[in-house]
Design a protein around this ligand. Sequence first.
Ligand SMILES: C[S@@+](CC[C@H](N)C(=O)[O-])C[C@H]1O[C@@H](n2cnc3c(N)ncnc32)[C@H](O)[C@@H]1O
Length: 205
Amino acid sequence: MKEMWDNRYAENEYAYGTEPNLFFKESLKKYKLEGKILFPAEGEGRNAVYAAKKGLKAYAFDISIKGKNKALKLAKKENVDLNYEVGDFLNLNLLNEKFDVAALIFAHFPPNILNKYHTKIAELIKPNGFIILEGFSTNHLELQKENTNAGGPKNIDFLFSIDMIKNDFPDFEILLLEEKEVVLDEGKYHKAKSKVIRFIGKKIR
Ligand SMILES: C[S@@+](CC[C@H](N)C(=O)[O-])C[C@H]1O[C@@H](n2cnc3c(N)ncnc32)[C@H](O)[C@@H]1O
């Protein structure tokens, strides 16, 4: 898994571009989010750099060192700071922090750790803090059959459903939870009609 991502990020181009994910960008603006923000599985840093440019204090983690290197390169170009760790989430220094927001943008974790990671991310959010999530839904597999360039994990156990989100984030008021068909246009790997789950939750306990 790690090797696959290191290989993808070894390319010169940014796999998902250098612009932030649109749903993330709009949500940040709509809810006027500020403070400390966590980016699980942040890859090459497009969302974290955007948040830092908007004045938030951005923390990110991933398993790919190549992703981190490209994220730091982008941060330097944009003249912002990122706190970016590589490794197993449950062993990272950022577990000592509490966050105002977590943004999970196509953060598709292996099924054996997914629920554990979601639970831990929820724990790290301050009361009244937010989770923003966009990721491929289980129904995205049908679109992958129609279009082999549709992107996203091929294994259904890596994909999201509305029930999974409700189950994983019980301490959050649901401000938005929907499955939506969208046309992604993010770098060369997310460029097609796609089915996504979108979630905005506010921590209530
Ligand atoms: C589709 S990319 C999304 C990257 C970024 N969030 C974005 O939207 O540009 C998925 C990311 O998940 C990361 N990843 C996969 N398994 C992981 C794990 N167990 N821990 C941390 N990151 C992981 C990959 O390295 C990759 O960067």
